[in-house]
Design a protein around this ligand. Sequence first.
Ligand SMILES: [Zn+2]
Length: 471
Amino acid sequence: MHLQFYGAAGEVTGSCHILTVRGRTLLLDCGLIQGGDQPDIRNRQPFPFDAAAIDAVVLSHAHIDHCGRLPLLRKRGFRGPIYATPACRDLARILLADSAFMAEREAERYRRRQAEHGNRQARGFPDPLFTRVDADETIQQFKPVAYGHATEILPGVTLTCRDAGHILGSASVWLQLEEEGIRSRIVFSGDVGQYDSPILRDPEGNGAADVVVMESTYGNRRHRERSDTLREFGEILRAARAGGGNVLIPAFAVGRSQEVLYELASHFDDWRVGDWQVFLDSPMAIEASEIYWKHPELYDAEASVARRDAGRMPALPNLKLCRSAEESMAINLLRGGAIIVAGSGMCSGGRIVHHLKHNITKRECDLIFTGFQAVGTLGRAIVDGREHVRIHGEKFKVNARIHTLGGFSAHGDQEDLLRWHAGVGGKPHTYLVHGETEGASGLSEALRARGIQADVAKPAQKVDLTSCGRR
Ligand SMILES: [Zn+2]
């Protein structure tokens, strides 16, 4: 029995770990590498295993850095089951289809440039990493597993998914392994959410393990208090209403869009949300929201009460869902009084870009960022305070008021991660993945201070699970 780290060791994307028990091979996640150095080339490299020989996959959650190479795994011969919660499968369907669509569009662009300018001008690949057909076929391989139900998924491998509180359907993966009379318990955290975050239940601990593989994205950080964040959100809206302009909120389609709408509904009277027209302007965020709203069994107590009282989710009578391009363009005619939630979260594409063109030069416009903005994105240029930004090749002066609301992260901070780890119990040897150097080493120090043997996982490092097991 052993475990090998393959992706997301020493970095934050491309999550993938390889577990071998009784000669069978199980993958934990199979994520896409995003950002960093030449991700297109790295994603296309051969896997360090034969895809056709993988017996099963367990998927922790639907974010593309955890599931984004599953269609590639299928293309290369994997035909086994993919275990995930039902909500995870529903969200993976949307996210993989979107990822495939973008890859198809990129490849199409490449071929066009190549035809016009020859090989030297064209950067990228003539074929997409995978197509929408590949993505759709991959979804057929999913086998839903409910939280808390122990399921034998391979000889000697019993899986229990527990809520990780990160996005809807996210799980920590608890595995009981048995080989030649030796038993070993291993827990893979997946991505761990914040405690007391809206809509979702808290990350669930409670058990014991011999080995823990744990994310460490914000292992050295402390998030801002949510109550401060919400107070600031309310103040921005009150001032914005007096200013008379529109409010733009770039948001990721899965998670953040639903959280923002939920908070607007929860503070409907307090923030005078009824004075606004609220738009969710993103077909993908609308699809993701419908999945959030149709899984009330996964809500925390507060969201369950809110849904019961309102009889629906979210309780926003003035919310308009904009599916068509015409509906989206109609918003451009509004000079004020609109709260527009649209993707992409970093303004690197999507409908938010059009709204920025119509609003960013206006002093009465408020622009609220609720998430991380990566270097090189339009969102980053704006939060960095650039006086002018380029949108679709055109120069725009930034006159809008820019706000960054901390505290909305889908990832727990150091305190949350330590709390989750304490819930696992049994003083397990802990390997930290899914973090850059500072996050992983910050968390390993904090765990060691609590008497836990904690190491930062190295790429391709192998962990012997037999020696840490028991008879
Ligand atoms: Zn995630």
